[in-house]
Design a protein around this ligand. Structure first.
Ligand code: AKG
Ligand code: FE2
Length: 226
């Protein structure tokens, strides 16, 4: 279990807020990752960003380019499918989804839901890096052939995260902040809720994570593919 009390950049002890249910099946666990875990994830993400399939701005089918940069593990996501080979980047196979990340994901599910959740093994992670004005529009995560919850970890600058409903991109939605170390899980009735990142607040991250600026987000998923 992560050490739940930590110090902020000024050395003040910060006791994270308890888990909060944002919508049925959608739970925010502030400050879930320890600083050491965040540091480790930043190091690993730096390595994954270099290859075998380097991090890139994903190109959308109609020619738009996403402002975030993304690198994938296990399966390569390109709009709107998962493949083993990164045909839209360099044709290589993405890095494996490591066992330790699957274990961290299952611990995260237990922390969010307060019970063990049985799912097929998690087999992919999408790692997004937000720098400068990068953001993400409202969308559903629906390219997976599995209803297993999406498990999201955030490191670095705080963002505004908008978590909506399963019917439309618009209201009703809940705006919350995801800060460094926060866990957010959405499953059950919220699995296909629209969500997005309208804004990242520059300079709000703690450089002790190893990330001097910007925001990293990892989402672990079950693709349901073989
Ligand atoms: O950056 C985030 O917090 C959300 C990322 C996301 O929604 C996605 O990768 O599908
Ligand atoms: Fe998403």
């Amino acid at each position: 279990m992560a050490n739940r009390s930590k110090r902020d950049i000024s050395g003040t002890v910060v006791i994270p807020l308890p888990p909060r249910e944002i919508a049925p099946g959608a739970v925010h666990v502030p400050g879930w990752l320890s600083l050491d875990e965040q540091r480790h994830l930043v190091q690993e993400c730096r390595a994954w960003a270099t290859g075998p399939v380097p991090i890139r701005h994903t190109v959308l089918p109609r020619g738009g380019v996403m402002s975030v940069q993304t690198v994938c593990l296990g399966w390569h996501w390109q709009p709107y499918t998962y493949t083993r080979l990164a045909h839209d980047v360099n044709g290589e196979q993405v890095a494996d989804f490591p066992d330790w990340l699957g274990e961290l994901t299952h611990r995260a599910l237990t922390a969010a839901y307060g019970r063990t959740t049985h799912t097929d093994p998690y087999d992919t992670a999408l790692i997004n890096f937000y720098d400068g004005p990068a953001k993400m529009g409202m969308h559903q995560d629906k390219d997976e052939k599995s209803d297993a919850p999406v498990v999201s970890l955030s490191i670095g600058d705080t963002c505004l995260f908008r978590f909506g409903n399963t019917e439309t991109r618009g209201r009703p939605y809940t705006d919350l902040q995801l800060a460094s170390g926060d866990l957010f899980v959405f499953g059950g009735p919220s699995r296909y809720a629209y969500h997005g990142v309208p804004k990242v607040y520059p300079g709000t991250g703690d450089p002790a994570t190893g990330l001097a600026s910007g925001r990293l987000n990892l989402t672990m998923r079950v693709t349901g593919l073989r």
